[in-house]
Design a protein around this ligand. Structure first.
Ligand SMILES: [Zn+2]
Length: 219
């Protein structure tokens, strides 16, 4: 793991805000009602929900910056088994994908933390700036990759993909948001329901990402 991505709450019809935490780095998040707070990831809302996420080698840390309220961290597929981080406390986590919430039961307000796949080493010779690089590398072993395969294999709804992959529909949606960002798929001006799915399938097929899906599935 070289870093993590922290994704803000999902607002219907919009792509969530997010912030990258590089390896060795720390980024803050917090609820803000004034619009002027200097969190790296400001979150709309009233609760006293603020903290910092640090990426450090094989683990990432969540520090609770509230002096009164706990916050909770859970594996995205086991939201009922959240770990409380008490005010002022800092705890390490190793989940590939987790949700951070101000309450033990995930409600509308939650952050999603994704462990970032290590980037390939930089080449010694700079590439030509006029040539755009291809798709960012996807990790065929990651759960988002299984979601992409299921999408391209004709599983249309998050519930169907969730059932097939034994994860929560919420996790499927978070993986889809992650893929849209990772593959730098532009947001259309007219956002129809399900545009992310349609765009992801088109992108994956046109780039040959899922050409070897049978191989990937048995791997
Ligand atoms: Zn504020």
């Amino acid at each position: 793991m070289t870093g993590v991505t922290v994704q803000g709450p999902v607002e219907r019809g919009r792509s969530p805000r997010w912030v990258e935490v590089p390896g060795g780095g720390t980024r803050t998040f917090g609820t803000c009602a004034c619009g002027l707070c200097s969190w790296d990831l400001p979150i709309a809302g009233e609760p006293d929900f603020r903290g910092a996420v640090a990426a450090d080698g094989p683990v990432w840390w969540v520090a609770n910056l509230s002096d009164r309220e706990p916050l909770f961290v859970a594996d995205v597929d086991r939201p009922g088994e959240a770990t409380a981080v008490r005010p002022g406390e800092r705890l390490p986590f190793g989940y590939d994908m987790a949700i951070v919430t101000p309450a033990p039961e995930p409600g509308a307000l939650s952050l999603t933390v994704f462990a970032t796949v290590a980037e390939p080493p930089r080449p010694l010779v700079a590439r030509c700036p006029a040539i755009r690089p291809g798709s960012p590398r996807l990790d065929p072993g990651a759960r988002y990759y299984a979601v992409l395969l299921a999408l391209c294999d004709g599983a249309p709804t998050s519930a169907a993909i969730a059932a097939r992959l034994d994860m929560s529909p919420r996790a499927v949606d978070a993986h889809i948001d992650y893929l849209v960002r990772k593959l730098e798929i532009p947001e259309p001006t007219l956002r129809r329901n399900g545009w992310k799915r349609t765009a992801l399938i088109a992108h994956a097929r046109s780039r040959g990402i899922v050409r070897d899906r049978r191989l990937a599935r048995t791997a």
